[in-house]
Each structure stands twice: as C-alpha cells, then as structure tokens.
Ligand binder design. Structure first.
Ligand code: ARG
Length: 588
C-alpha cells in the first residue's frame, strides 16, 4: 500500500514520460498551500530546462493529459508552471477505506527481510545515568520501533561502557579500601561469593572518588591502569568483582529504562568485543592498514577531499591500552558476524561525530563491513536548562536520570489535579496515569525537536495539556476512544465504508498523509517528523469534531462513516504514540 502522493507521483511520472520528459520530475507532494490545492507538482520548472520550452506550456500539456483521469476533481496550472491537483471525494474515500483493514495505516513495508542494529542508551557501568543518556535512549528506542514497524528485524543494543580505565579505577579503589577481600588474593582458587559486595549507591560514591584520585596522583593512575590491563587479560578475581558491579549497574539501568518504556534486545557492552580485538588488529596488520606512529598502533583514515584534519584511529596507545575506537571497531566485526545487518545506526551525542567518522572509515578500509552496509551516526544535540546551558540540578550538579523522571511524574500529577482530570479514579489508576503523562511529556518534548538541535528543558511547557505536547496528544486519543465507547454503548458502530463531505474530507486527507511522514522519519532517522504529523492530525481532528455532527448526525451512513474517521484517527494516533514509545492510558 502507499500514500496518495506516491500514487499520484506515479501517474504524474507517466505523464512526464509520455512527453519524453524524465519521469522522476513528476514528484507530487502534499500542497503547502492547502487553500489552493491538495497536492502539487513543481516538475515542469526543471523539465523546462531539459525540453527548452517554457514551464507553463509543459505544465499545460501535462495537465491536459491528467484531466482525463476521473480520480481528479481539479487539475490546474498556476503561476509559472505549478501543477495543482485535487482528488475527488470518492477517490479519497476509497483510499482511506483501505486503511481500516491495515494495522500499518498504509505505511510501506519491507518486501525482503533486512536486519538493522541500533546502538543507543550507552550508559556507563558504575556511574549514574544522566540526561545525556536520556536523549540517546528515547531517540534510539523510537527508531527501533519505527524500523520494527516497517518490517525490519531491528536489534536495539545498549552498548554499555563497561570495559575501560573507569573499571580499573573502581577496582583499584575497592582494593585500597578492602585489601583483605578474596578477589584480590592471587593465591585464591575457590569460588567467589555470589552476592555483590557493593551496591549501586556504593558505586555512585566510589567512582567519582576513584577518578578524582587518579587525576591527582600519577601512582594511583598507574595502579588503575595496571588493574585495567589485568582485568582485560582475564585476572580471575578482578573479573569476578567486575562482574558483580556490572550486574548491579545493569539492575539500576533497567529501573530507569523500564520507567521510560525503553527496550533493548541486546545487553552487550564494550567488554563483549574484547576477544575480537586481537584477531581484528592482526587482520588490519596483514592488510598493511595498521601502522606504528609515536609508539601507538593506528589506522590512518584521512582522505584527499577532507576539509578538516582527520586524525588516525588509534588501535593501541603507546602503553598498549585499547581505546574507545578499538572497541567500537571490534563491535562492528561482532555485529557483522552475528547479525549481518544492512545498517548499523549509532544514536549518540553529536559531539562524538569525529570518533564515528574515524571508526566508519576504518571499518570500510579494513573490509569489516560490505560496501553496501549503512553505517550512520544519528547524532543529537544537547538538552539545556532555561539558562541555555547544559541542564543541571539546582545545586549545579549533573542531573540523574531517575531524579529527572521523578520530577516529570510529580509535575504531571500536579497538572492532573489542577485540571481535575481522573479525580474520581482510584489512587492506583491515578498514579498510573500520572506516570504515563509524565513520561509522555518527557519523551515528546525530546522527540519533537529536530534530532540534531539543542533544546531547552522546560517542565512547565512540556507537561501542559494544551499545545504541542505529549499530554495534549494523550488527552486527544483518550477523548476519541471514549467517544467511540459512548457510541458503542448506544449501539452505534463505525462502518468500513467512508462517505465524505468537505469537512470530513479535510480529516481524511490528513489521515492519508501518514505513510509519507512515516517513510520520511525512517529514511532520515528523524522522529520529529512523526511528532509534527501527530500534532497536525490531532488538530485536524479537533476541527472536524467542532464542525461535524457525529453521534447527533441523523444520516445513518454519514454517522457511521464519521465514527470510522474517529476510529481511524484514534488508531493512527495510537500507532504513532506507540512508535514514539509513549503509552496511552485506557481513560483519563
Ligand atoms: N558510553 C558512551 C558514553 O557515555 C556512549 C556509547 C555510545 N555507543 C558507542 N558505540 N560508542 O558517552
């Protein structure tokens, strides 16, 4: 199935081709002047250059051909050669009827199976998750849902930071604190305890202390480095203790991700690529790609057309330590081996763009991916406070993710009380609704911005029930579903057949746009496209609702058709909110 604009592009392309003009010029889009027409094609302008004829004359030839097709209510040439199109209500009705039978609302689905790996979340072991991880998780999880919806086998991988120097820093701190622990006894050969000797709270306190100490004291840093190397080489005690704090950290992360309704298929981390590093580096050496530079082993990745300096990717530092780029490259080797993905997408802060450019180039140079594998860094901007600086706590510290979530839910609770929503429901249901509203506010406020833009975290604005917010959309869906329930209680149900008058047609036309917005969001990895559309759809519904009788409509056929438009709108909004990772309450 496809959108109307897509079908019209096909017809338009044929009309261009019939005049010996390139069919690709016949692209039809939803008009940006809905007051003039529903759809438009600007291809005659470009065709004029090819045909060496005035664009208006070309547009008129094409319009004359299209005029014969009964699906058009209007074919008009405007200005220098814009072709404006309206379809008939009948055609629109027929098109929209098919959506009623389609769980995917007309969105195009993959014809042959493909796999995609999405790398998002990226929390670090032994450290509390902060707002930087929020954007990655929310955007990444949304993209996973989008690809899944389109029929991909989509794997979300949390790719934890669980392997570098920070691990050695924590281990060294613990060793200095508890030298008598069995983990540090090299002569010990028995089984280590199954209970973790440290909690997440302990780690949250230990890590900053350890990292501070290593900054100040060179010997302390050396100890941490040595322990990191031993850990990576497989030292039994360090591995056992490390496993404990990885598990403790994962439990903490899961709490946050569950609260956010963010899902992962793979709970892998940097450490999982460790065994791949040596054979990978050997292969790079064999190909003559790994070279020594100032004692380090590097792959040069610069190209002749580089406008900026492109430093080499460091595989091993001069002290033999592996780097962030090494584990990322080895992780690509593993992903290709285990999943043969067509795409690997990294949802990571855009300040890491140089790192990914280096890794991607090295992966291509080393033949680690096939030439047609897409490697893409879907970078994102910073979440700022109202002062325009990166978001902090009142005290100026880094805001922990769980505190931020609690703030959003508290604010949502206050909003519900203010608006007297759900006041007669049980305390349990109210708290469930408040949680959903809070998370909807947080997620929508993040996703509706262009991914690469910075944005201001404004709790008041994002939790409002009016305007372009998550709570507004939730409220709209719940209202429509309650209207449908009311109809059902009166014995009225939607009909599969759709009958359109002008005000109905405006809503139907909007519903028919979904496949285009979905395709665009997927193609550019831009969830905000879906947010914009959901908001436009909710507004189109409001206008339909204020202009058209629904339950009070006396023409039975029209009433059933309007109920169907309500049902289709509710379904699309639910589908989109689901794609955004936003849960809708049953009622509110
Ligand atoms: N752990 C990293 C951080 O906190 C993010 C990891 C992103 N993913 C990756 N494959 N490098 O910055």
């Amino acid at each position: 199935m496809s959108s109307i604009a897509y079908i019209l592009s096909d017809l338009m392309g044929q009309a261009f081709a019939a005049l010996d003009l390139p069919a690709e010029l016949g692209v039809v889009r939803v008009s940006d002047r809905p007051d003039l027409a529903q759809f438009q094609c600007n291809g005659a302008m470009a065709a004029a250059k090819v045909a060496k004829k005035p664009p208006r004359a070309i547009a008129e030839d094409i319009a004359a051909r299209l005029q014969e097709n009964p699906i058009f209510a209007k074919v008009e040439v405007a200005g220098p050669g814009f072709i404006n199109l309206n379809v008939t209500h009948d055609y629109l009705a027929q098109h929209i009827q098919t959506y009623g039978r389609d769980a995917h609302c007309g969105a195009a689905r993959l014809s042959a199976p493909q796999t995609i790996v999405l790398d998002y979340g990226g929390p670090n072991v032994a450290k509390a998750m902060h707002v930087g991880h929020l954007r990655s998780s929310i955007i990444g999880d949304c993209l996973r849902r989008i690809f899944d919806f389109a029929g991909y086998k989509a794997y979300g991988d949390v790719h934890m930071g669980d392997w570098g120097l920070p691990m050695g820093q924590v281990l060294s701190e613990l060793q200095l604190m508890h030298p008598d622990w069995v983990y540090f006894d090299d002569a010990f050969t028995g089984d280590y305890p199954t209970e973790s000797p440290v909690s997440m709270d302990d780690l949250a306190e230990i890590y900053p202390r350890a990292s501070g100490a290593c900054k100040e004291d060179a010997d302390r840093l050396k100890l941490a480095r040595d322990i990191t190397a031993k850990l990576q080489d497989g030292h039994r005690g360090y591995r056992a203790l490390w496993r404990h704090f990885v598990d403790v950290s994962i439990a903490g992360m899961k709490g946050n991700f569950d609260a956010l309704n963010v899902h992962f298929d793979l709970w892998l981390g940097e450490s999982d690529a460790h065994d791949t590093i040596v054979p990978m580096v050997d292969a790079l050496k064999e190909q003559g790609l790994a070279e020594t530079s100032d004692g380090a082993l590097v792959v040069s990745v610069d190209q002749d057309d580089d406008k900026k300096e492109m430093p080499p990717l460091i595989l091993y530092k001069s002290d033999g330590a592996v780097m962030y780029g090494t584990t990322d490259l080895a992780t690509i080797v593993d992903r290709m081996r285990d999943y043969s993905p067509a795409q690997i997408i990294y949802v990571v802060d855009q300040r890491q763009s140089l790192h990914f450019e280096q890794v991607f180039r090295a992966a291509r140079k080393g033949g680690i991916v096939t030439p047609d594998t897409t490697l893409f860094h879907a970078g994102f901007g910073t979440m700022n406070g109202t002062d325009g600086k990166p978001f902090k706590t009142r005290a100026g510290g880094v805001m922990k993710l769980e505190d931020l979530i609690a703030m959003a839910v508290d604010k949502a609770t206050a909003r519900l009380n203010e608006a007297d929503i759900a006041s007669d429901f049980s305390a349990e249901e109210r708290s469930d609704i408040a949680h959903k509203v809070g998370i909807a506010a947080l997620k929508f406020a993040d996703l509706h911005n262009n991914r690469s833009s910075d944005y201001v975290f404004d709790l008041d604005r994002m939790t409002a029930f009016e305007g372009k917010t998550g709570p507004y959309l939730l409220y709209q869906v719940v209202r429509i579903t309650s209207l449908l329930r009311k109809a059902q209680a009166q014995g009225l149900s939607p009909s599969e057949a759709v009958t359109l008058q002008d005000d109905d047609a405006a809503l139907a036309l909007m519903l028919a746009e979904f496949p285009d917005h979905f395709a665009l969001a997927m193609q550019n990895y831009t969830p905000h496209v879906l947010c914009d559309y959901a908001y436009k759809l909710a507004q189109a519904f409001s206008s339909f609702y204020s202009k058209c009788h629904i339950l009070s409509e006396t023409d039975e056929q029209l009433r059933a058709s309007r109920l169907q438009l309500c049902a289709l709108t509710a379904h699309q909004l639910e589908v989109i909110l689901n794609l955004l990772g936003i849960d809708v309450p049953e009622r509110m």
